[in-house]
Design a protein around this ligand. Sequence first.
Ligand code: PBG
Length: 325
Amino acid sequence: MFLQRRNRILRTTPAIRSMVAETILTPNDFIVPLFIDEGENIQTEIASMPNYYRRSLDGTVKEVKELWSLGVKSVLLFIKCKDELKDNTGKEAWNADGLMQRSIKAIKDAVPEMYVMTDVALDPYSSYGHDGIVKDGEIVNDETVDALVKMSVSHAQAGADMVAPSDMMDGRIGAIRQGLEEANFTKVGIMAYSAKYASCFYGPFRDALDSAPGFGDKKTYQMDYANRTEAVKEALMDVEEGADIVMVKPGLPYLDIVREVKNAVDVPVSVYNISGEYAMIKAAAKMGWINEDKAIIETLTSIKRAGADLIATYFAKDAVKLLNS
Ligand code: PBG
């Protein structure tokens, strides 16, 4: 054969392949979700997330130190609220002495450079397990937004660098921005879960925090996975309202949305490689059906290639170790 162009030339050796690789993962890409529990010396493996733990604050601080030493720059905090503190107002969410607020302080004290992001949504605090206040069987928007503003300001007061509203109420980004401005927190950022879909893949996460909805589902606030255009609308509105970073969630089944949003906005895009995506890789690897290390790096590289500037992932520590090895 005489061929004018041979595409395999650029795939010949590891050297040339790495020279022309378009997407390169680094520890700066990752945000590490952490599950925090009350108590001391507690480390509970999440049943549906093998090798991932919910830890008391002492162990969490140790973990954060290790993550920093590995080159990871950011954590995203979630707490497991005691049952007796849950109600339908979510008021524990802005308790200045609540587990989240104590965690933010302890982490910032121990590793001040670590960029601390916090989940903002009522579900861990809600007796109904919903992301908002419930009235007559409905999740009410505007009262919930008032609660989210108080929650965000209290995280800022505790020292959070960025709040991450994951609730999908309308108008919350603008309201939170206004709340932060009024309280003089002009350096606190907002990472908006802009395109958050009502997904069955959140199951393991809800095990981790005991936050499954007590009735119904989340389809009146989280997005329908049949929709694409709506993701762009949500992201553009959040940017308009003051979001510093917009997020697409879940990750792997939604890479088309990631690219769509990336092309539409002028802020960084983050992607949440969620609990169910973690569980699938872990389960297949445990069965010996896929190579776990390769699956992790391929998955994260694909998410970045799709347009993610940042990836929240339970695989961050594994990935950083693999990249360094
Ligand atoms: C709740 C929240 C959820 C996740 C992050 N924040 C679950 C939900 O909406 O029910 C899921 C994360 C994951 O599955 O890894 N506001």
